[in-house]
Design a binder for this molecule. Structure first.
Ligand code: ADP
Ligand code: MG
Length: 580
């Protein structure tokens, strides 16, 4: 029996065309709407600004305040699920709609998170690592002095509620700053203040964590965030830190989100300390600026993941589908027409660049100084490619923290040697890797004198982001083979010539590996070739390295052909006399 393809049963229709209501109409809601449409989910947003960024992309906007109970009830009346793109909503009113529709994440979660102090108490009570904090109970000067007696200066004075983009924070460097700091927070002070001990972080990290209706949690790779004037400026994905710390950041973030009810995506801001400790800074119960890169760089964007989570669909893969990504926020430079043109020019400069650069313009009415109006995301197989694309964006992006000499890339090649006496042989490898712009580490690991260090190194190298190992050894030369027996990574052995046997002993030791444990071997003392082979292995995933390899080969050819010409011109006798 044939059925008409145009008829879809009511139950199927309801699965496909459910409506999601979003409190807030900013850029996060706008990008949520884009993702929702691809999944066949209808979107209605509630925001006081007519034609809001999200309203432009949604099926419908209700013009009204997301703090107003009646407006929230009106939104709830036509939605199957309610969610937020901003945490500063009226939670009581939201709770009142719980009988009419599913609210994700739960109002209880939003209530805890929207008060930073309550959020910290909640996390501290559940064993999540945080910096020290204390309520400023006396409200004014004395309360801050009490906190300073405990934490010392500088300390961070924070508004408990309504804080964003640094508005709601004041640094107190000494007793003299206290009155000004309290005054600067007067707008947000109604909800009360609290103090945080200064955290001497070396980096700021962030992890997006998604939680499904079934409580299942998945996390995105940890990113590094750079703030300027307390506003997120640049996000680097993945953070250029060891795999071990990436995993630690994910564990802290996942453990924190596991303490909350309800589904959705959460942004978890973290501090990394010099000793590798990861502390949680704050949580957002919604998509987050540090997750914008996921649109182009991950299998499932944070926005699609949020829609999947709150609508009860299976979560998607959070893994990156590119090797590297950088996101840069575009902020308004002022409110005049000229400022608007300048700001748009910043974004539009990316339109003429290769497709690895994507622009997002939020469609805000006019621009205001310091306000987020768009962002640019660059992706590539390899972080140096992304840095090159950022440079190509022009002078406005030239001051990026990612282009500063202090910004170190995580090593992808590890050059190890049995003894510091091997260094003179390995200098050439270091020079080649530097020439090709390949981030590498160079260290001493001895199979005979530090066997435990060798075991630890070989077991963890791939988890730290290393892709190729170059191992140099002289004499009995067990290092390359033993490392290859433990690591799953490609190992290139460099036989080092010592005073007896001229390196033939190490060549035989390295090359005569038993079946099943491969070690690539280069000529005795030829670490240049080891580095070139490492570059070729990496170039399988990084076309820019392939391009550089072609140029290297062409320059070698030019060098030899130059010698041929010279020899022809001057003859062998003068050529030799000239010391060539
Ligand atoms: P916002 O809501 O504006 O994101 P945060 O509490 O995250 O507020 O603070 C903004 C920035 O201020 C952080 O990204 C970090 O750079 C800095 N900061 C916040 N708390 C501390 C602290 N306790 N110690 C040092 N720096 C801090
Ligand atoms: Mg923050």
């Amino acid at each position: 029996m044939s059925t008409s393809p145009s008829v879809i049963s009511a139950s199927r229709q309801s699965v496909l065309q459910r409506t999601l209501g979003v409190l807030g109409g900013g850029q996060l809601g706008r990008m949520m709407a884009d993702a929702a449409h691809r999944l066949g989910v209808r979107i209605v947003v509630l925001d006081p600004t007519p034609n809001s960024p999200a309203g432009q992309a949604a099926d419908k906007q209700i013009v009204g305040d997301f703090k107003n109970a009646e407006c929230i009830a009106e939104l709830a009346a036509e939605c199957d699920v309610l969610t937020v793109e901003i945490e500063h909503v009226n939670v009581d009113a939201l709770e009142a709609s719980a009988a009419k529709c599913s609210i994700q994440p739960s109002p209880a979660t939003i209530r805890i998170i929207q008060n930073k102090f309550v959020q910290k108490q909640h996390l501290h009570a559940r064993g999540i690592a945080l910096g020290e904090f204390a309520e400023v109970v006396a409200g004014g000067r004395q309360g801050v002095m009490d906190a300073a007696a405990r934490f010392g200066y500088p300390l961070m004075l924070k508004a408990k509620c309504l804080a964003y983009d640094g508005r709601g924070n004041a640094v107190v460097k000494s007793e003299q700053d206290i009155d000004a700091a309290i005054a600067s927070l007067s707008g947000a002070a109604a909800g009360g203040l609290y103090a945080e001990k200064w955290v001497p972080f070396t980096r700021e990290l962030a992890v997006m964590v998604a939680r499904g209706l079934d409580g299942k949690v998945v996390s995105y790779p940890a990113v590094e965030t750079f703030q300027r004037n307390s506003i997120c400026h640049t996000v680097v994905a993945p953070a250029q830190i060891s795999g071990e710390i990436l995993a630690r950041a994910a564990a802290v973030a996942e453990a924190a989100i596991a303490t909350f009810d309800g589904a959705g995506i959460f942004g978890v801001e973290l501090f990394l300390l010099a000793d590798g400790t990861v502390l949680l800074n704050e949580i957002a119960p919604r998509p987050h600026n540090s997750g914008h890169y996921t649109i182009e760089a991950c299998h499932t964007s944070q926005f699609e993941q949020h829609i999947r989570a709150v609508m009860g669909l299976p979560l998607g893969s959070p893994a990156m589908r590119v090797g590297a990504s950088v996101m840069v926020n575009v902020l308004g430079s002022g409110s005049s027409d000229q400022d608007f043109d300048n700001t748009w020019a910043l974004c539009s400069s990316s339109l003429s660049l290769p497709s690895s650069t994507s622009i997002h313009w939020y469609g805000k009415e006019g621009v205001r100084n310091g306000r987020k109006v768009g962002h640019v995301t660059i992706t590539g197989p390899f972080m140096p490619d992304v840095q090159a694309a950022l440079r190509a964006l022009g002078p406005s992006f030239a001051d990026s923290p990612v282009l500063e000499s202090t910004f170190k890339l995580a090593p992808v090649v590890s050059v190890i040697m049995g003894s510091d006496s091997d260094l003179k042989t390995m200098t050439a490898a270091a020079q080649i890797l530097t020439q090709f712009g390949v981030p590498f580490e160079l260290t001493i690991v001895s199979a005979h004198r530090t066997p435990q260090r060798m075991m630890d190194f070989a077991k963890t190298a791939h988890t730290r982001g290393i892709k190729v190992i170059i191992a140099a050894a002289g004499g009995a030369a067990h290092l390359p083979g033993m490392v290859a027996a433990i690591t799953p990574l490609p190992v290139i052995g460099v036989p080092v010539p010592l005073s007896y046997l001229d390196g033939q002993d190490s060549l035989y030791s390295i090359v005569q590996m038993p079946r099943g444990v491969p070690v690539a071997t280069v000529a005795i003392g030829n670490s240049t070739n080891a580095a070139l082979l490492a570059v070729r292995i990496l170039s399988v995933q990084a076309p820019s390295l392939l391009e550089k390899m072609i140029q290297y080969q062409e320059s070698m050819e030019r060098e030899v052909l130059g010698k041929v010409d010279k020899l022809e011109q001057v003859g062998w006798s003068s050529y030799t006399a000239a010391g060539h």
